[in-house]
Design a protein around this ligand. Structure first.
Ligand SMILES: N[C@@H](CCC(=O)N[C@@H](CS)C(=O)NCC(=O)O)C(=O)O
Length: 232
């Protein structure tokens, strides 16, 4: 039975840029599970109404429908226990949950500031007004104002990533010698930026950049091959 993942797409249906969808994509790749990525746009709420909410990722696996990237990771870990583990046990799951909580309350904000105007630029015409209205309401300013200080946002990101950097100075992945879901959480945000923006978020000599490059190559380079705006 084919697994289906609903993935946010731009005007180019191959441009799949959601940071949360990337978490689920990497989780499926890690588990070695084949899946069909179905392009979805912000205004196509009806297409995912069956999931009982209006956001992606949504995963459909046989009779099971799972929304929310964290729930999807937990589902895959429970239902496919014989595949490579996403968490490395219960303590690892809680560790990953902490990484998600930390990252989503700190660093992701700076990535959002950097990419907001670029996201708008790659959207399908049908999505542009919806995106602008909802995000400008959320931020309390225009998209152009949100993305108006990329150097400042980049500096904020560099500082926010200090805890990750300290760990990645001594080991290749947050999870140790090999990546797991703990790594895919922040990596999703870097894919968000890579998919919509040509801007470099990190210095070439930053250990976080070396980690990002390793993850671009992970799982046969699936992330590196994805349709993107970053020049390699
Ligand atoms: N906590 C959710 C967040 C999902 C989310 O915010 N998805 C965005 C795309 S990046 C979305 O579908 N937004 C729909 C909308 O804004 O209408 C998760 O981890 O899956």
């Amino acid at each position: 039975m084919t697994i289906t993942l609903y993935e946010l797409a731009g005007a180019d249906a191959e441009r799949r840029f959601s940071p949360f969808v990337w978490r689920s994509r990497m989780a499926l790749l890690h588990k070695g599970l084949a899946y069909e990525g179905r392009p979805w746009r912000f205004t196509e709420k009806e297409a995912i109404a069956f999931s009982g909410q209006g956001k992606v990722p949504v995963l459909v696996d046989g009779d099971a429908t799972v929304a929310d990237s964290w729930e999807i990771a937990c589902y895959l870990e429970t239902v496919y226990p014989d595949r490579p583990s996403l968490f490395g046990g219960e303590a690892g799951r809680e560790g990953a949950r902490f990484v998600q909580s930390w990252f989503d309350m700190t660093a992701i904000r700076f990535v959002a500031q950097i990419v907001m105007a670029d996201v708008h630029a790659v959207l399908h015409e049908d999505d542009k007004d919806y995106f602008r209205t909802t995000r400008e309401e959320r931020f309390g300013k225009t998209l152009e104002e949100v993305s108006g200080d990329p150097a400042g946002a980049r500096a904020g990101l560099t500082q926010a990533l200090a805890p990750m950097r300290a760990i990645l100075k001594t080991q290749p992945y947050l999870a140790g010698d090999a990546p797991n879901y703990m790594d895919y959480i922040p990596f999703g945000a870097f894919m968000w930026a890579r998919c919509v923006s040509p801007l470099k978020l990190l210095e070439a000599d930053d250990p976080v950049e070396a980690w990002r490059q390793r993850l671009l190559d992970a799982h046969d380079g699936a992330a590196r091959r994805a349709t993107c705006s970053e020049a390699d």
